[in-house]
Design a binder for this molecule. Structure first.
Ligand SMILES: [Zn+2]
Length: 143
């Protein structure tokens, strides 16, 4: 995966916020407001119409979870799911970007899983050392 760094993440975040229909004021507030010093980010699918019948999609529900990736550090994400307004059995649309970053329902990003694996087996680091380095350099917290 290509590393985009903080700039890439902020750009991605602003794109997502625009898809969610937030005014600029809301975007700024969301990046500052954080319960445990975690940025909150909404992930919304860019798809606007049902892929089966072309009907409009509406928001079904949102799910929050805390995720950690090398690219973003530890953040709270809210995944907003959309369903067909005509037939609820048509496929649910979710954010493709989030799915590329973190396995479904999981806490740790693909890039983080790879980095931790490499640190353990190539650099012979212990879990505690890896944890300290990630927190120090990437603002990633976790087990
Ligand atoms: Zn449909």
């Amino acid at each position: 995966m290509k590393k985009k760094g903080l700039y890439g993440f902020l750009k991605l975040f602003h794109e997502q916020a625009q898809v969610a229909g937030w005014p600029v004021v809301e975007i700024t507030r969301a990046t500052i407001k954080n319960g445990y010093h975690l940025p909150h980010v909404d992930f919304v699918t860019k798809v606007r119409q049902c892929r089966c019948c072309g009907s409009a999609l509406h928001v079904q529900k949102s799910k929050k979870r805390i995720v950690s990736t090398m690219e973003t550090g530890t953040i709270q994400v809210r995944e907003i799911r959309k369903v067909c307004s005509a037939d609820s059995f048509h496929p649910v649309e979710t954010s493709g970007i989030l799915a590329q970053m973190v396995p479904a329902g999981q806490r740790y990003g693909y890039d983080l899983i790879v980095a931790v694996g490499m640190a353990r087996y190539l650099r012979n680091m212990q879990r505690q050392e890896i944890r300290a380095e990630l927190l120090r350099e990437k603002n990633v917290s976790g087990n």
